[in-house]
Design a protein around this ligand. Structure first.
Ligand SMILES: [Zn+2]
Ligand SMILES: [Zn+2]
Ligand SMILES: [Zn+2]
Ligand SMILES: [Zn+2]
Length: 333
């Protein structure tokens, strides 16, 4: 998407990084509207995990941005620009085809990644985070270095460094998820409550100092699901907490993978965040061994026919995956 932007508006990146909203207001491709706080987003907009919307139905596509802090509004504006680029690039529209929940989740993640890449210079990110899975304290340090950038963008950029399945989660001090960026695992839904998980309990016990433990997370059903991960939690500015969680190879302790999934015959929660059904596992997939959800037929090896290229942030059909995982043939060169 960065390349697509460069193609349409050469040299835009610098100005866009400086002031995304002013830049978009003067750009002829979209009609940018500033809305009130918590705006009603029309149903034909993507179901965004930020407070904004994108509508291509009007003569000039419209981007709406809910009122919030300047840092958040910048992130929202760039996320919605991401939808515009995705949906108005011929090659990409063809790729999208008929979308399902997995495709929508990929598009959301791609728009978040695009917004973070515009806002955060790569050099600063790699100086602070290194090139492997970061600690929560590293994520907080990156935000301290770039305080004008929203914490959402910081979390999304940091997730690019996850080396194994895991999450980087931004939460309110009440333990409600504001944004979650994940690798391998399903994203924790925005608005989900993580109180009474092992890591949140540890965080509360330390009174805001850095906490570490093994933990699972809660999905939309409110039940814990997914793998048990190594997790570290720390505060990131006033009123916010960041958690880094991964199944192994975390920087704050020796960590080795052990399979902790609940097996056959136990109660189970569908890990697809859009489903989240709770059921007693009776059918187990012969290929991957995870219970098959009776509501949506999900199991862990369910084939996803699209992926989000980590280099260009575009959603590509799986046939265009290069020898490198999650890098398209175009980017692999
Ligand atoms: Zn969106
Ligand atoms: Zn399901
Ligand atoms: Zn399976
Ligand atoms: Zn690519």
């Amino acid at each position: 998407m960065l390349r697509e932007l460069e193609r349409r508006s050469p040299g835009a990146l610098e100005d866009l990084r400086g002031d995304p909203i002013s830049w978009l207001q003067s750009w002829s491709e979209v009609d940018l509207r500033l809305l009130g706080p918590r705006p009603d987003i029309p149903a034909d907009s993507p179901r965004c995990d930020v407070e904004g919307g994108y509508r291509a139905t009007a003569l000039i596509p419209r981007i709406g941005i809910g009122r919030s802090t300047p840092a958040r509004m910048n992130f929202t504006a760039l996320h919605e620009l991401g939808h515009h680029l995705q949906r108005t690039t011929d090659e990409l529209v063809d790729n999208l085809g008929v979308r399902d929940d997995v495709g929508e989740a990929l598009e959301e993640a791609a728009c978040d990644a695009f917004a973070a890449a515009v806002l955060i210079p790569d050099q600063i990110a790699s100086d602070v985070l290194g090139d492997a899975t970061p600690a929560a304290t590293d994520v907080a340090a990156l935000w301290a270095r770039l305080p004008a950038v929203s914490r959402q963008a910081i979390v999304v950029r940091a997730s690019k460094n996850l080396q194994t399945d895991g999450h980087i989660v931004l939460l309110t001090e009440e333990g409600v998820v504001e944004i979650c960026a994940s690798r391998g695992a399903f994203r924790l839904p925005r608005g989900s409550h993580q109180q009474h998980t092992a890591i949140w309990d540890a965080h509360v016990r330390t009174h805001g100092a850095t906490a570490e433990t093994r933990t699972r997370f809660r999905y939309s059903s409110g039940l814990e699901a997914g793998e048990t991960m190594y997790a570290q939690a720390t505060t990131i500015g006033k009123g916010h907490v960041v958690i880094v969680a991964a199944v192994e190879r975390v920087p704050w302790q020796l960590s080795v993978y052990h399979d902790t999934r609940v097996r056959y015959g136990k109660s189970w929660t569908c890990e697809r965040t859009s489903c989240g059904a709770s059921f007693v596992a009776t059918d187990v997939c012969k290929t991957c061994g995870t219970p098959v959800c009776p509501e949506c037929n999900y199991c862990e090896c369910r084939t996803v026919d699209e992926f989000n290229c980590v280099e260009c942030f575009l959603i590509k059909p799986i046939a265009e995956q290069s020898a490198q995982v999650n890098v398209c043939v175009g980017c692999a060169g």
